[in-house]
Design a protein around this ligand. Sequence first.
Ligand code: NAP
Ligand code: MN
Length: 270
Amino acid sequence: MKYNVIHRGDDVSFELMQRFHELAADSGLLLDEQSPEIVLSIGGDGTLLHAFHQYSDQLDNIAFVGIHTGRLGFFADWKPDEVEHLARLMHESAVSGNLQVVKYPVVEVQIITETGVETHLALNEFTLKGVEITLVAELHINDEPFETFRGDGICVSSPCGSTAYNKSLGGAIVHPSLDAIQIAEIASINNRVYRTLGSPVILPKHHHCDIYPKSKQNVLVAIDHLNVQRNDIVSIRCMVAAGRKVRFARFRPFPFWSRVREGFIGYDLK
Ligand code: NAP
Ligand code: MN
């Protein structure tokens, strides 16, 4: 089984990576940065987002797994002191040829400019924000005008990302077995003049939304942790990515709702 490790860059994560390489060599796992079957992320969720984007053109062939070192690590199932256990389970799955994976939907983001269409995938979310002034944008759902948004911005998240920025915006947490995207408002201005729905909206697959920023507006476009400022955008289309999913290796069960409870409520249920 071919693997690669992406780490956060701190000493703890670096040492864990070294340790994993030793264990992997003893277990017959092969380091392959170009075409790994397993990508181990050591760090926080941000590290996993980096790993996802590094390999976003090979999603069908890669299963991600995470060890969290210190941070929230919502995506990461494993603790640093479990690295031996994880390496052993990986070895066993390599020997048996039986790798258990879960597949979760991601957001397809099409950025349309006068010169063409750029397609990106977001593991967590796409956000659009204003720069000097509040964002003004038309939101269409399935090619029908829905509302004119005025405010700080719009967030379109995947179920995996529903526990990230979306959650801070009052969005719902969506189980990743649902093929859906969620549109959440970031501080919309609502008064007699400007009106938006005010509630997060969840779209199923095969639906799409288009956001048309007011022309010539400087906007901040973010896909997960990657931010760029642009002034050439005609519109942005978001939908559940068809046929492309992120795969996580499950060497042991860790149900989504347990993950949510551990991440946000804590271990001790009274
Ligand atoms: P960051 O500032 O470290 O991320 C903010 C927090 O979100 C961190 O605690 C991070 O966990 C956590 N997180 C990331 N993805 C998550 C997920 N799917 N479920 C639950 N928590 C998650 O920046 P970053 O590590 O580069 O992550 C970028 C992400 O930050 C963006 O995709 C966006 O979702 C999120 N963000 C949130 C807000 C907000 O809530 N107001 C604002 C901007 C961005 P770790 O500590 O393990 O990294
Ligand atoms: Mn982070």
